[in-house]
Design a protein around this ligand. Sequence first.
Ligand SMILES: [Fe+2]
Length: 302
Amino acid sequence: MIKLSDIDHVQLGVEDLDSAAHSWQMEFGLIEREREGGSAFLACNYEPYSLVLSKTNTPGIVYAAYNLDPEFSLDDAEKHLKDHRIEYRRTEQAVEFKDPEGNGVQFVPYRPHRGQDVFPRTSRYTKDLHQAGPRRLGHVNYLTANLKQMVDFYVDIVGQEVADTLGPDAGAFMRIGADHHVNAFVNTGTPHFHHLAFDLIDFGQIRSSFDHLAQHGRWFPWGPVRHGIGGNLAGYVRLPEAECFVELYCDMEQIDQHHEPREFPDDRHSSNVWGMLPPRSYFRFDKETIDAERESLRSIWQ
Ligand SMILES: [Fe+2]
């Protein structure tokens, strides 16, 4: 058995490290803490870092890292994986392994992460935080071809719990603590990392961020929406350079430790209580789809 504390950080591979690091600072409001080897370490707030960008020829997610509960050490994590016959690699700072669809997962030691390890964020002093950056990294989301296998793995091996499901087999939302989810799976039949999501303060900050991102040439294939499942207000920015989306959200449902998973109907309302389901392009990452999406070609009346 293993117990987690929170999501810690995500590593994304990008071809142009300078350009990506610049974008994450200028567009999304993160700060670059340090550059080491071929990697840039970026933070939302007072945490050491929430995002690692690494230079690669194969863009996309490298891994998602989760903090262990303070009662569990890296040695415990190593033993847990060994007991379950999972191949892993131990480094000084982490234990890393792959899920059944090849996505990287890391266990890292506990660290206070919510920007409130000493005092609440707003009562601290800073000389380097950017105006209007996200509060924190909140969750990751994967498209999957085998929902049950992935859910079982993330429960038994990674140490997450099912928060809720979308229908019996359309999707599953996984939790660690009070946030409705730190991870989710959507059963589309084709495995692919879909998005990493950052928590913003409120709808006002979402508005400012969307306006700001649009001025940098970014576009939002879906949103703003109010999710029925999870309850968050959200919008999704296409990030072609890392073959995924970035979700900016606020107001996620908080659930208690006695929560029982619910099965939400697999319908439009569970995805977006206000209206539309996402366009088909929302689940695709090829260049032709991205070009058509950017120009809204599927929406033009002709
Ligand atoms: Fe999400």
